[in-house]
Design a protein around this ligand. Structure first.
Ligand SMILES: [Zn+2]
Length: 320
């Protein structure tokens, strides 16, 4: 049993048991509990660092190849990432207007994965570097996206304090045993007036409420915390940030998340990770079925986001 990250309470109520329904890296059951003090959801007990590594399969990161299918996938990924790019461009614009060192245009993407986001920012004139726990991810970012990347943790980097105008963390905090360490690290690395952009699944969304343990945003056992939008704001404020802007819709995450909740066996990433044997025709049929589900999920995900209950929450927060 551990104390709550947000309020320190040691009391909690068990919610449910769940296993790795998406990638099936383990058959083990994990307990999700709710803090009796503040309502924050978390895995308890947390798996050890060594165990956690086993729950991240080798094909977890996207690497574009030369084949037609891979080029098609990259085109899709670029199209749905424009949302993130636009949000960060706006954050960079505001940071440049208020920062003490506005001429620095550096961007740091924490949890850079395969590096496609950084590549898209570079194409728009923003120089950035990536950081990731995974050596594979950092290597892919260097080799395939021609963007520098470091392998490591945000609290142990060779980066100078007060260097970055903007730091991004898309779907990172919920994976960390202690998210505060990363937020304090980001605060140190930003210039005054710099912006942090974070995105996590929103446990207060309609999807989370309706689907419970079957909601894809839980991603047991990789997600150690299931934040609601209000939890994320509290956490950011406790680390010295001021929340400036919220966005509840993500074209990349929300419709696909609902599709994967309803049909985890069709999720393209999950099929790749599980090394499912498929003929070319089967693959096409699965992909088309999944894509139809994503399209069908759009109206619902737009409606929940319009009611500030979208299945992901993206926040721009300033370092005063
Ligand atoms: Zn609590």
């Amino acid at each position: 049993m551990s104390a709550c990250l947000l309020c320190g309470s040691g009391r909690f109520s068990p919610q449910f048991q769940a296993s790795d329904r998406l990638y099936r890296t383990t058959a083990r059951q994990f307990a999700v509990v709710r803090c009796s003090g503040c309502g924050l959801l978390r895995l308890d007990p947390q798996p050890s660092g060594e165990e956690l590594r086993e729950y991240y399969p080798p094909a977890y990161w996207f690497a574009p190849g030369g084949q037609a299918a891979s080029r098609l996938e990259e085109a899709y990924r670029r199209a749905v990432l424009r949302d993130h790019v636009r949000f960060v461009e706006q954050a960079l614009g505001r940071a440049a207007a208020s920062a003490t060192k506005p001429r620095e245009r550096f961007l740091l993407d924490v949890g850079c994965g395969g590096g496609l986001f950084l590549r898209m920012m570079a194409e728009r004139g923003f120089r950035g570097i990536g950081l990731d726990f995974s050596e594979d991810a950092a290597r892919l970012t260097w080799q395939r996206q021609a963007t520098p990347a470091l392998c490591g943790s945000l609290d142990h980097t060779p980066l100078r304090a007060g260097t970055f105008l903007c730091i991004t963390m898309f779907h990172v905090l919920e994976h960390l045993p202690d998210p505060r360490i990363f937020l304090i690290g980001a605060h140190r690395l930003l210039v005054s007036g710099g912006r942090l952009v974070v995105q996590v699944p929103n446990a207060a969304s309609w999807q989370a409420r309706l689907l419970g343990r079957h909601w894809n945003g839980m991603d047991v056992p990789r997600h150690l915390f299931d934040f609601r939008d209000c939890d994320l704001e509290k956490l950011l404020e406790s680390c010295g940030f001021v929340v400036e802007r919220r966005k509840y819709f993500s074209l990349r995450d929300n419709p696909a998340g609902l599709a994967s909740s309803l049909a985890p066996a069709l999720d393209p990433m999950a099929r790749r990770v599980r090394k499912q044997k498929e003929s070319g025709a089967m693959r096409l049929a699965y992909d088309l079925a999944y894509f139809s589900l994503v399209l069908g999920a759009l109206p619902f995900t737009i409606a929940e986001a319009a009611c500030r209950a979208g299945s992901s929450i993206m926040i721009e927060a300033a370092k005063p």
